[in-house]
Design a binder for this molecule. Structure first.
Ligand SMILES: [Zn+2]
Length: 101
């Protein structure tokens, strides 16, 4: 949840972000803790005239993502992939292909 959100002449300003699950304040990235959580989707169509997708997004803290979102999503029968952030997606999928062949 975006708190203190207001429009200014230079753009949209948000005072701080609160987790939509536990309602604690989400710390902005800084220092060595660079955890970020992005849960959402952009569904719909994009034409030359414009982007008509609907954006779905929530604000979730790293602890709720780990403790609640991962188990909830995996209870649907899928498994989150994990990789080192420095591994490019191409290298990651190449390793999967090599492992499966
Ligand atoms: Zn939370």
């Amino acid at each position: 949840m975006r708190v203190g959100r207001r429009f200014t002449t230079t753009g949209i300003r948000t005072d701080h972000v609160v987790c939509d699950i536990c309602e604690t304040r989400i710390k902005p990235c800084g220092g060595w803790d660079s955890s970020t959580v992005n849960v959402g989707a952009r569904l719909g169509e994009v034409f030359p005239e414009g982007d008509f997708r609907t954006v779905y997004e929530v604000d979730i803290c790293p602890k709720c993502f780990t403790d609640k979102v991962i188990p909830a999503v995996e209870s649907l029968g899928c498994k989150f992939r994990q990789r080192d952030a420095e591994d490019s997606t191409d290298e990651y999928y190449q390793r999967i292909v090599e492992a499966e062949s």
